[in-house]
Design a binder for this molecule. Structure first.
Ligand code: ZN
Length: 436
């Protein structure tokens, strides 16, 4: 707490020393707040092991967090003090990126305080949690909406038996034989990287390592290590369907999480020295942009028709699968993607106590068509990550809308907008701007 008071004085003093009111505020006044934000995040990570998804900043800030060992209530109080210092309005910095930085720090700190409050027992509704942690407003969908999507899927998968069984049987025909998984993934990764590099220059030396794991609550994960390096882990608990190759290669790698982290490190951490970027809090608005851009990145690198052709002509043969399934799979995937919002609705009802875990898994199987074991796994994911699920689908839809509006209708424009999104401290609320 003593440090907070000292910081407050330093910021006030630096502003007071300005000769006259109209002079632009000092952008470096944000530096001590950014350092304090990192130390508070690292402190919170001591109590909440999933909170800090990546940290590649100075060891000194890690040592400061260890030396302080703040409890959760102290982190919340300190975050609220920093929010008060930042104030309700953004000073008139001449550099628009600094104005973004100010807003970003304020909103990320608000999310940190909310997460600390949840750890202290605050009970939030699903929508309150989404707003507090992710700066987002999830839409509400009725069962009738999902039923109409299931009817569309029913017509794409004719045959005997329940739709969920037909869907599972269809998916089983897409499973990559275990011995071919690595080759198919590496081919997909190379294609996603080449397509990204054609539009976005990547930092020199960027790379990632790929590992296969079992027993995790997630299907794949990007652990960003700094120095433009990621570790990407893929869970092999269940057979991997062919279209997961492009999904994972783009989402975790190019132009998804790996590229997002690398561009932020290059543009903000290295070129500007903005240390806050080196600490990525998982339960924060940054995850909304991260997951949304990673999912939209799949469509950026592989627009629908190109993806279908690439899968049919390259990946299906590599995996030894029936190429005649590629077109139908693309049509099925389009519908299933809209059904992803069912996961949000089931999560909402489960977290608010309307469904127990068995009923939540059953609802997941009905509306998301996952197998019973995969549904149980999704419920375990929700136990840990809660309203985080909105980041995948709502995040994608808002990123898509923003990139398409900002990009001006051309492929080059969309890539330029996408690169800009990945290189600056954007907030979810900004993605709504310009929406009709
Ligand atoms: Zn992700």
């Amino acid at each position: 707490m003593r440090l907070t008071v000292t910081l407050a004085f330093a910021v006030v003093a630096s502003m007071a020393c300005r000769p006259s009111a109209p002079a632009a505020p000092d952008p470096h006044a944000l530096d001590p707040i950014a350092r304090r934000y990192v130390v508070l995040g690292l402190n919170l990570g001591r109590s909440d092991p999933n909170y800090v998804d990546a940290y590649y900043g100075p060891d000194s800030l890690k040592a400061a967090a260890t030396a302080e060992s703040l409890g959760v209530p102290q982190v919340r109080a300190a975050a609220e003090s920093l929010i008060a210092m930042l104030g309700d309005s953004v000073p008139a910095y001449t550099d628009s990126l600094v104005r973004m930085r100010h807003r970003y720090l304020r909103v990320q700190l608000g999310s940190m305080a909310a997460r600390a409050g949840m750890l202290m027992g605050d009970k939030l509704s699903f929508d309150q949690e989404a707003a507090a942690l992710y700066d987002a407003k999830p839409p509400l969908f009725s069962d009738a909406h999902f039923d109409s999507l299931l009817a569309r899927l029913d017509s794409l998968l004719p045959g005997k038996g329940a739709l969920a069984d037909r869907y599972q049987r269809f998916r089983e025909r897409l499973n990559i034989p275990a011995a071919k998984v690595d080759t198919v993934f590496k081919t997909a990764i190379a294609a996603c990287r080449a397509r990204t590099l054609a539009h976005i220059p990547l930092p020199p030396g960027e790379r990632f390592d790929l590992e296969y794991v079992k027993g995790t609550s997630w299907n794949a994960y990007n652990w960003y290590k700094g120095q433009y390096h990621s570790l990407i882990q893929v869970n092999l608990d269940f057979p991997v369907a062919l279209d997961r190759a492009i999904d994972l290669a783009c989402h975790e790698g190019y132009p998804g999480h790996h590229v997002y982290n690398a561009l932020l490190e290059q543009a903000l951490m290295r070129e500007r020295g903005w240390v806050e970027i080196s600490m990525y809090p998982l339960f924060s608005p940054q995850s909304f942009i991260a997951e949304g851009s990673a999912n939209y990145g799949i469509d950026m690198a592989f627009p629908l028709a190109e993806r279908t052709a690439f899968e049919r002509d390259s990946l299906f043969p590599l995996a030894g699968l029936d190429t005649s399934l590629a077109e139908r799979n693309a049509a099925v995937r389009q519908v299933v993607e809209r059904l992803n919002y069912a996961r949000n609705e089931v999560a909402r009802r489960y977290l608010e106590g309307q469904l127990d875990s068995a009923k939540a898994a059953a609802a997941m199987s009905r509306y998301w068509l996952s197998s019973p074991s995969a549904s149980a796994k999704t419920v375990r994911f929700i136990d840990t990550y809660r309203s985080y699920v909105i980041n995948y689908n709502l995040g994608k839809d808002l990123v898509a809308g923003w990139v398409e509006r900002t990009g001006g209708g051309t492929e080059a424009g969309r890539w330029k907008a996408f690169q800009a999104l990945l290189s600056a401290p954007h907030l979810p609320r900004e993605l709504e701007q310009g929406r009709q």
